[in-house]
Design a protein around this ligand. Structure first.
Ligand code: FE2
Length: 279
C-alpha cells in the first residue's frame, strides 16, 4: 500500500480523517458516528431520512441536486416525502435496465441459486459492487424501500476517497490479477480498480471474484484496502425512501438484522448505458 504507514490502518475510518465530514459531519447535529469493524462509519437515522432538509437539501430533489449529491458523496438519498417518480429521478442518469428486482431476505436453503443470499443467508453481506461478474457493471443502482421489515436492517455504503486512491493506485487493486465469474457469465480477468475516460471504476465482490493463480493476494486483503480508502455511511430504511448509489465509486452491503426482518423489501433498478459504459 502506498504511504509511509506501509499497511492498512484500522480504526481510523479513512486515509484523511476529515474526508466527507462537510456534508454529514457531527457538527450538523443529526448524524452519529460509531466504530464498526475497526472502521469509522456514520449512520443516517430514520429522522434524517424523513427530514431531508437537515441533510442539506430543502424540498424535492432536482436532476441537478441528485447528480450533485452523487458526484459529491457517491450516493444520493431521496426521502419518502419527496413528490417524485422513479423515472423522473433515474432517467437523467442514464438508461434504466429493463425490469426491476425486489430484494428480500432469504435463508441459504431458499435463496436463488448463485445469489449472495445462497451463501450468506440472512447474515450481513460482504462489501461489494453489484454485477461485478459482468464486464461492464451498471454505473448506478437505485434501491427503494418497499417495506422496511419488522426490525432495523441497514444498508451500508462505502464511498471511496478517489483522490488518495488515484494517487496511490495500490497494486492489489490495479493489477489484472483477478478473475470475475458467476451468474452464468464467462469468467474473465480483471482488476478491482480501473480507469475509463479518466473516471475510476471499482468492481469487487468476494463471492464472485478470486485471485488468479500465482497472484499471492487474497480477496480479504483487497477488502482491507478498499475499507481503508473509503468512508462508510449506514442507512436505516423508511418506507418509500430511495437511495441511489454510484456503483463504480461505492461499495455496499446489507447489514445485520435481516433474520428479524423477513418482510424487508428493497426494489432495485440498475442504470447505465450498455450496462455501465457511461461516458
Ligand atoms: Fe448489492
Amino acid at each position: 500500500m502506498g504511504g509511509a504507514a506501509g499497511g492498512v490502518r484500522r480504526g481510523s475510518g479513512g486515509r484523511d480523517g476529515g474526508w466527507g465530514r462537510g456534508r454529514t459531519g457531527e457538527s450538523r447535529g443529526q448524524i452519529r458516528r460509531l466504530i464498526y469493524s475497526g472502521a469509522e462509519a456514520v449512520v443516517a437515522r430514520p429522522d434524517d431520512l424523513r427530514n431531508y432538509s437537515k441533510m442539506g437539501r430543502v424540498g424535492a430533489p432536482t436532476v441537478g441536486t441528485t447528480q450533485q449529491d452523487l458526484d459529491t458523496n457517491g450516493w444520493c438519498l431521496i426521502p419518502p416525502v419527496a413528490a417524485i417518480t422513479i423515472a423522473d429521478v433515474l432517467s437523467p442518469l442514464g438508461p434504466i435496465s429493463s425490469g426491476q428486482c425486489d430484494l428480500k431476505p432469504y435463508s441459504r436453503e431458499s435463496a436463488p441459486r448463485g445469489s449472495m443470499s445462497s451463501v450468506v443467508g440472512t447474515d450481513k453481506q460482504p462489501m461489494h459492487t453489484d454485477a461485478a461478474y459482468r464486464p461492464q457493471p451498471p454505473r448506478y443502482i437505485a434501491l427503494q424501500c418497499v417495506d422496511p421489515g419488522e426490525a432495523p436492517c441497514p444498508t451500508h455504503v462505502w464511498t471511496l476517497n478517489l483522490g488518495p486512491l488515484s494517487k496511490d493506485r495500490p497494486d492489489i487493486l490495479t493489477k489484472t490479477t483477478w478473475i470475475a465469474h458467476g451468474q452464468g457469465h464467462v469468467p474473465f480477468y480483471c482488476s478491482i480498480m480501473d480507469t475509463l475516460g479518466g473516471r475510476v471504476r471499482v468492481r469487487f465482490d468476494p463471492l464472485c471474484m478470486r485471485p488468479m493463480s500465482g497472484a499471492n493476494k487474497t480477496i480479504a486483503e483487497a477488502q482491507e484496502f478498499l475499507d481503508f480508502y473509503s468512508k462508510r455511511i449506514d442507512f436505516d430504511w423508511d418506507r418509500g425512501a430511495l437511495l441511489i448509489i454510484d456503483n463504480w465509486r461505492c461499495l455496499h452491503a446489507r447489514g445485520n438484522g435481516a433474520s428479524g426482518a423477513p418482510s424487508r423489501r428493497l426494489r432495485r433498478w440498475t442504470i447505465g448505458a450498455r450496462n455501465g459504459l457511461v461516458t
